[in-house]
Design a binder for this molecule. Structure first.
Ligand SMILES: [Zn+2]
Length: 477
């Protein structure tokens, strides 16, 4: 049988203690590449030894076969519920099925529910949990950031962070560059993220794509690369731009013929395609450890998507020492690097899990070589030494412009800072602090009930400038 690693054993042990303390709905958070399904199989083994049937619930039926294989590999008798083609074993110990199928057909007296990809919170999941309120539940996810997850789970178990897995050699470290960011002014946000059609039209502009290709030629070191794009059209344009520069490139998407899609991915795995462009994050379960560079071409406000994208290039592979992130989307500046993002506590009020990034972990590009640097870094690997004066050129410019601002534009700045605070999961006090630091006066009393506005790029630059100045001053002190 496949031996468990320390973090996998710890995860199971901590879940067990959680159940003993009365948490009957627990979320097991394990980063991509840390062996979630294998851990789940061992949880099901323990349940079997107590005479309980485990139901393993996948988000999409394509994931069922892979999960069933892992269950059988540890010696479990496993049936797959799949419409008319159910493969039923007699006396099964695990039942694998998609949430859609299970919602339709129900379950025969389960003793444990394991929900795979638990961050994809369908209405059907909530109904299922309500219907089986007496049955213990383990949710599995690498990204516990979905709003409302706290309503379904009462305890979070985090046996190893990305940083710890990197330190133990189970994942490779990432190095990020932020060579450019698109201007997102005027692009609407709906359902928490940018409107894809608007985003794609903006991103397909020739200058942006040309910059992606030339940056990769300069920094990419001919690595096997995944480029994450906004939609199919954008992925096609990015792949064609690479191909036009003589770099073997192609794109895949979910509406492609399955056989063609698989073939393209196989060619990428063999190294025949150097750059593979795709939409969003590739499907869950995509596994190509040879990929050691991620081009972030699609700006996203979703922390989940950001972590999924970078997670695709962190798997170890022979000869792979690190992963290169070429961020043309501003995603690292907005969310940080996955290894720095701490999982927060359960927020009792909004019932969501909160992610926190410590102040020292905010990154911004070196003005010289565009490598992403934390505020405390004294010297970039290119030799550039950030100081108060040169750290970001726009800082003083922005502040000078603030002196000339009218009251109306100051009010707008404050409203946009409120919007930024909400984007970054900060409170109103944070917006007030940035405002005070930037314009050297307190927000007007009459602004008490102003609504937040979507922050402009300039407002974000001002906020960044204030944070960096604060970090500089603390360092000097
Ligand atoms: Zn540098």
């Amino acid at each position: 049988m496949i031996e468990l690693r320390e973090h996998q054993r710890n995860g199971i042990q901590t879940l067990r203690e959680g159940f003993r303390k009365g948490y009957d709905r627990q979320l097991l958070v394990m980063p991509t590449g840390s062996g979630k399904t294998l851990t789940a199989a061992h949880i099901a083994l323990a349940a079997r030894d107590r005479g309980r049937l485990t139901a393993f619930i996948v988000d999409r039926i394509e994931l069922a076969a892979q999960a069933a294989e892992t269950m059988r590999a540890v010696g479990l008798r496993c049936s797959v519920l799949q419409g008319a083609n159910s493969q039923m074993e007699s006396e099964h110990e695990v039942l694998v099925g998609s949430i859609q199928t299970i919602a339709r057909r129900g379950l025969p007296d389960p003793g444990l529910l394991i929900i795979d990809e638990a961050h994809v919170l369908h209405r059907a999941h909530a109904d299922l949990l309500e219907g089986y309120s007496e049955v213990p539940v383990v949710g599995l996810t690498a990204t516990p950031y979905t709003t409302g997850l706290g309503r379904c789970f009462s305890n979070i178990v985090l046996p190893a962070t990305i940083a710890q897995l990197v330190a133990r050699g189970f994942l490779v470290p990432a190095v990020a560059y932020g060579p450019s960011r698109p201007d997102l002014t005027g692009i609407d946000v709906r359902g928490g993220d940018y409107v894809v059609a608007q985003l794609s039209a903006r991103l397909r502009g020739g200058a942006i794509t040309a910059d992606i290709v030339s940056t990769w030629q300069r920094l990419g070191d001919a690595r096997s690369t995944l480029a994450f794009c906004a939609d199919i059209e954008h992925a096609r344009v990015v792949a064609e731009s690479f191909a036009a520069a003589g770099i073997p490139a192609d794109h895949v998407h979910g509406y492609q013929d399955l056989k063609q899609r698989r073939e393209t991915i196989e060619r990428f795995k063999r190294g025949e395609i150097r750059v593979l462009a795709s939409v969003a994050c590739l499907s869950t379960g995509f596994d190509a450890p040879i990929a050691s560079c991620a081009v972030l071409a699609r700006p996203t406000r979703s922390l989940t998507l950001h972590i999924q994208q970078i997670g695709r290039v962190l798997r170890p592979h022979p000869g792979k020492r690190d992963a290169l992130i070429l961020d043309h989307a501003g995603n690292v500046e907005m969310h940080g690097m996955p290894e720095d993002i701490a999982i927060g506590q359960l927020d009792e009020e909004s019932k969501t899990w909160r992610a926190r990034l410590p102040d020292s972990k905010w990154l911004e590009p070196c003005p010289h070589c565009s490598k992403m640097l934390a505020a405390h870094v004294r010297q970039c690997s290119c030799g550039f030494r950030p100081t108060r004066g040169n750290r970001i050129g726009v800082r003083d410019g922005a502040l000078v412009r603030i002196d000339e601002m009218t009251r109306a534009s100051l009010r707008r700045l404050f409203q946009e800072l409120l919007g930024l605070a909400s984007d970054l999961d900060r409170d109103r006090g944070w917006a007030e602090w940035i405002y005070r630091e930037a314009v050297r006066q307190a927000p007007a009393k009459s602004w008490e009930n102003l609504a937040p506005l979507a922050p402009s790029e300039e407002t974000k630059r001002i906020a960044r400038a204030v944070r960096l100045r604060y970090a500089d001053e603390r360092r000097a002190a």
